[in-house]
Design a protein around this ligand. Structure first.
Ligand code: MN
Length: 233
């Protein structure tokens, strides 16, 4: 690899690790669509029981927990989507569900910020979702915790508070596609590698954010994710 870049190479995206000085370098961000039946229903969709589906965000869309961000440009309907995030720590290619847990480094609380109006327009015209999903600060992520500190995925509650009011609430076992199922499926299409993240979908209760909002998202056993929405630029 050449080292004489014509301008400074972009900083490697990374996310904090709870209670540690070291950070987790982020490679790719995969996101699962419609993974809670109640959310699929509120969006006017049915869950596809055939297979999960995905979209991606650039690793440069990461936003650290605790940030205040400008209300995103180009939208009048930016939504919060609280999500349980899986951090891959071992290579995974064509993994079985039984093997999949070995590929996981840990977990985190994330928010998939979505320009819902742009996503909706794209859906209508059968165009890609990039403008609605992949934009600066759209992948908010709290410090990660290793698997051993979290334990089995199951009855943990996932919740989002908007200005202190609970707007999203479910348990992780409500996911249509379990984390091992997602890894087994996704690893049939990609060589998953350490640093890859999977946002596993959002429960019902998504809705618009406004300037001045404070979002706090929790999953039992993980460090909460926090975000403040500032004025538009
Ligand atoms: Mn989402």
């Amino acid at each position: 690899m050449p080292s004489d870049f014509i301008f400074s190479a972009p900083e490697a995206p990374a996310v904090a690790i709870a209670g540690h000085d070291q950070v987790f370098p982020v490679r790719r961000i995969f996101c699962v669509g419609r993974n809670y039946a109640a959310h699929a229903a509120e969006m006017g969709n049915e869950v596809d029981r055939e297979a999960p589906f995905y979209f991606t965000k650039s690793a440069h869309a990461l936003c650290p927990s605790g940030a205040t961000i400008a209300y995103p440009p180009g939208t009048r309907d930016c939504h919060h989507e609280m999500e349980f995030v899986v951090a891959i720590g071992q290579p995974a290619f064509r993994m079985s569900e039984a093997e999949a847990p070995a590929a996981i480094w840990g977990f985190g609380c994330g928010i998939d910020l979505t320009r819902r109006d742009l996503q909706g327009a794209a859906k209508e015209k059968r165009r890609p979702w990039d403008l609605g999903k992949d934009f600066e600060n759209a992948a908010v992520l709290a410090p990660l915790s290793p698997v051993k500190d979290f334990g089995q995925i199951g009855a943990q509650e996932i919740r989002l508070e908007q200005n202190g009011r609970t707007v999203q609430r479910a348990v992780l076992s409500d996911m249509v596609w379990s984390v091992p199922e997602i890894i087994a499926h996704l690893s049939g299409y990609y060589h998953l590698l350490p640093g890859d993240l999977i946002y596993t979908g959002t429960p019902a209760g998504v809705g618009p954010v406004q300037s001045g909002d404070v979002l706090t998202g929790t999953v039992d056993g993980l460090t909460p994710v926090e975000l403040t929405i500032g004025d538009a630029e």
